[in-house]
Design a protein around this ligand. Structure first.
Ligand code: KG4
Ligand code: ZN
Length: 346
C-alpha cells in the first residue's frame, strides 16, 4: 500500500510518500519538510496569513520533490492523504484542496486525516505496537493525554486548561530575550543553570484528574524575572533551568495519574508514547523514562524528526485508514477545530 501524505496545518509545508509492506511494516520512501521558520522569526511566532501564503507558494514543489525522491508515479499510489485539521484554516485549505485536485485527476481515493490522529499513529510506522497505548501529545499547539484504542477510536484523558507546554517554552524564551522557537533555546540555557535557584509553582500537581495548567508558572517566572532585572546570562540560565524543572515535575505527576487511572481499565496501555516537538527535550525524555520504568509501562519515542510536524505521519495515518476502508469524499470540509475522542473527564 502506497500513499502520498500532505501536511500544511501550521508552519511546516510537508509531503511524503510512505509504503506499508507485506509484513505490515511502514517504509518512508520520501519525507520532504519545508519549515517556514525564517518567514515567521521576526514576528516571534507563526503569523497565519504569512503561513497560508507560503504554503500556496511551496506546496507544489514540495510534493513534486516527494514524488521524485520516492521514484513513484501517481498511477502507482493507492491513495492521497492530507491533514484536514485541526490547525490554521488558511494552510489546511491549501493542503486539502491540493489533495482533492490530485485525487480527482489521478482517480485515487482521498483520505482526510486528523492531524492529531496522525501524531497518535506515527509510532506504528516505526515500531510494532498494538493498541491500546497512552499518548502524550506535547507541541506548540497541543498538550493532551489520549488513550489510543484503535484507528478512529480515541479517548481524551486530560489536557491543558490554558497554554500548551511548547507555547509556555516559547513565551518563556520571548520573555527572557531568547530567539524563536524558544523550546530548544530554553533547553540549551537550562543546561548551564541551577534548577533550584528559583522556586516556581507546579500547578495541578496532586490533582486526581490528569489535566495541565501552565499559565500560573509562566506568570511566576515573569514576576521573578522582573524582580531581579536587568538579567545577567547566569540569571537567564537559572530561570530557564527552574522553569524546565517545574515543567518536568508537572509532566511526571500528570503521567503518573493518567497511568494510574488506566491501569485497572479495559484500556490498560501497553506503552506510553510521546509525540510533538516538546518530545525532543532531553530532560523531559529522561524524566519520562524514569516514571515509566517506575510504573512498569514501556516508553516509546518516535525519532525526533517524526515527533515534529511532517508528511510521513499524514501518509501513514492515511494508510491505516485506507486499510480499514475509510476514505473521504471530495466535498470534505477543512476544520480549524477537530478534537480527538470524547472526554472522559467529568
Ligand atoms: O510539534 P511541533 O513541531 O509543532 C507544533 O506545535 O505543531 O512543536 C513545536 C513546539 C514549539 O513550541 C517548540 O518550542 C517546542 O515544540 N520544542 C521544544 C523543544 N523543541 C521544540 N520544547 C522544549 N524543548 C525542546 N527541546
Ligand atoms: Zn503537530
Amino acid at each position: 500500500m502506497l500513499v502520498l501524505g500532505i501536511e500544511t496545518t501550521c508552519d511546516e509545508t510537508a509531503a511524503a510518500v510512505v509504503r506499508k509492506n507485506a509484513d505490515g511494516q511502514g517504509e518512508i520512501l520520501s519525507n520532504i519538510i519545508y519549515s517556514q521558520l525564517d518567514e515567521h522569526r521576526e514576528y516571534g511566532g507563526v503569523v497565519p496569513e504569512i503561513a497560508a501564503r507560503a504554503h500556496v507558494e511551496l506546496l507544489d514543489k514540495v510534493i513534486r520533490r516527494a514524488m521524485t525522491e520516492a521514484g513513484v508515479r501517481y498511477s502507482q499510489l493507492d491513495g492521497i492523504a492530507a491533514a484536514a485539521g485541526p490547525g490554521l484554516i488558511g494552510g489546511v485549505i491549501v493542503g486539502l484542496t491540493t489533495a482533492k485536485a490530485l485525487a480527482l485527476v489521478a482517480r485515487k481515493p482521498l483520505i482526510a486525516v486528523n492531524h492529531l490522529e496522525a501524531h497518535a499513529l506515527t509510532i506504528r510506522l516505526t515500531h510494532r505496537i498494538g493498541f491500546p497505548y497512552l499518548l502524550l501529545l506535547v507541541s506548540g499547539g497541543h498538550t493532551q493525554l489520549i488513550s489510543v484504542e484503535d484507528v478512529d477510536r480515541y479517548t481524551f484523558i486530560g489536557g491543558t486548561v490554558d497554554d500548551a507546554i511548547g507555547e509556555a517554552f516559547d513565551k518563556t524564551a520571548k520573555m527572557l530575550g531568547l530567539p524563536y522557537p524558544g523550546g530548544p533555546e530554553v533547553e540549551r540555557c537550562a543546561a548551564a543553570g541551577d534548577p533550584t535557584r528559583f522556586t516556581l509553582p507546579r500547578p495541578m500537581i496532586g490533582r486526581p484528574e490528569p489535566n495541565f495548567s501552565l499559565s500560573g508558572l509562566k506568570t511566576a517566572l515573569r514576576v521573578e524575572a522582573e524582580r531581579i532585572a536587568p538579567l545577567t546570562e547566569e540569571d537567564v540560565a537559572n530561570l530557564c533551568a527552574s522553569f524546565q524543572a517545574a515543567v518536568v515535575d508537572i509532566v511526571v505527576d500528570r503521567i503518573r495519574v493518567a497511568l494510574g487511572l488506566l491501569r485497572n481499565s479495559a484500556w490498560k496501555p501497553r506503552a506510553l508514547v510521546v509525540a510533538g516537538g516538546v518530545g525532543a527535550n532531553r530532560t523531559i525524555r529522561g524524566a519520562l523514562e524514569a516514571v515509566t520504568i517506575d510504573a512498569g509501562t514501556p516508553l516509546l519515542l518516535p525519532p525526533p524528526e517524526l515527533c515534529t510536524d511532517n508528511g510521513a505521519m499524514i501518509a501513514w495515518a492515511g494508510i491505516e485508514r485506507l486499510a480499514r476502508g475509510m476514505t473521504d469524499s471530495l466535498d470534505t470540509s477543512p476544520r480549524s477545530r477537530w478534537p480527538l475522542g470524547a472526554s472522559v473527564a467529568a
